[in-house]
Design a protein. Structure first.
Length: 185
């Protein structure tokens, strides 16, 4: 699976087989998660931090009303509390969480070698090897920056378009994958 590497650290691709080498980072995984179809319970869970911030701010506003009786001051204090809590969440807690999610996950980050041909897909991520025929690919999802070869609802081989020598090669790769994958596109 060793493909020739260009000076930029990516391999050139040819049709088929496409033979690529690239690095996957946490931003690639977050792009994948944004491209997946979230179920209603997952969407609700994603709203919980914001709902918690609103609830805490409302409680602070209620405490101000009970202690001083000033409704105007309570609204201002609740608003300021909500903004401060959101900023702490958005620029403190969330970035720390995002950085820690994939730490120590050999399949998540690092050098990936990928060969895609008429038989299927083979990917080496660190010491982990995935090899699957095309019927195992449920669907192909393409975004502006990635092609995701989905083999389960929340599992895919992530192929950043920066791994290709040109946008045209990335387009041909995505078209080839959609043609070969039997599932929904």
């Amino acid at each position: 699976m060793e493909g020739p590497r260009a000076a930029s650290g990516t391999a050139t691709a040819r049709e088929p087989p496409f033979d690529l080498a690239f690095r996957v980072d946490s931003q690639d995984h977050w792009a994948f998660l944004r491209a997946t179809r979230a179920r209603p319970v997952e969407q609700l869970a994603a709203l919980l931090p914001v709902l918690t911030i609103i609830a805490v701010a409302a409680l602070v506003g209620l405490a101000v009303i009970l202690s001083s009786g000033a409704a105007g001051a309570a609204v201002a204090v609740a608003g300021i509390t909500a903004v401060v809590l959101y900023l702490v969440y958005r620029f403190g807690l969330r970035p720390a969480y995002d950085r820690s999610v994939f730490t120590g996950q050999p399949m998540a980050l690092g050098e990936t070698k990928l060969v895609v041909d008429n038989r299927g897909v083979a990917s080496n991520m660190g010491d982990i090897v995935l090899a699957m025929p095309w019927p195992s690919i449920a669907r192909v999802v393409e975004t502006d920056d990635h092609v995701f070869l989905m083999f389960a609802r929340l599992a895919a081989i992530i192929v950043p378009k920066r791994a290709f020598a040109s946008a045209d090669q990335a387009r041909r790769f995505a078209a080839f994958a959609r043609q070969m994958a039997p599932g929904r596109r």
